[in-house]
Design a protein around this ligand. Structure first.
Ligand code: HEM
Length: 130
């Protein structure tokens, strides 16, 4: 399959698509014993908005994230959270479930899936617990 250009994705799934994906992801967070405690319980809506706005600009939509948060610096911003292999795998599994629920066209799904899972690997910052 030929992967489409990242920047075309916002034009296809729009604001609504990203909102749906990220909502499906965050709906799982409070119930999760690994990730639940990491996220700010009182500002889950804010966290949801930050991830959505980041994905929107990354995939060709308006630059709200950059205006409000500046350069993403994702590795630096994740440094306070202990992301070992199991946290990464849990995040990835939840995002894959969210992608299934969102049911985007296959080419869109493939591009988003590759980016999200690779970035999750890149954000690991702790050795596995021994
Ligand atoms: C690998 C597992 C991951 C864990 C455990 C994790 C955890 C977290 C936590 C606890 C926050 C703080 C929530 C908030 O208040 O905003 C956060 C923020 C954020 N995460 Fe992750 N994350 C992971 C992977 C990713 C991936 C793969 C991406 C991008 C594709 C991402 C993008 C973001 C963004 C954009 C923010 C908001 C940064 C800001 O502007 O402050 N995260 N993450």
């Amino acid at each position: 399959m030929i992967l489409m250009d990242d920047q075309e994705i916002y034009g296809i799934i729009g604001e609504e698509g990203f909102t749906r994906l990220v909502a499906a992801f965050y709906a799982q967070i409070p119930h999760d014993e690994i990730l639940g405690p990491m996220y700010p319980a009182r500002d889950l809506a804010g966290a949801e908005q930050r991830l959505r706005d980041f994905l929107v600009v990354r995939f060709g939509g308006p630059p709200r994230y950059l205006e409000q948060r500046g350069h993403p610096r994702l590795r630096m911003r994740h440094a306070p959270f202990a992301i070992d292999q199991s946290a990464r795998d849990r995040w990835a599994a939840m995002m894959e479930r969210a992608l299934e629920q969102a049911a985007f066209p296959a080419e869109v799904d493939a591009v988003l899936r590759e980016f999200l899972l690779n970035t999750a690997t890149f954000l690991m910052n702790r050795a596995p617990q021994s």
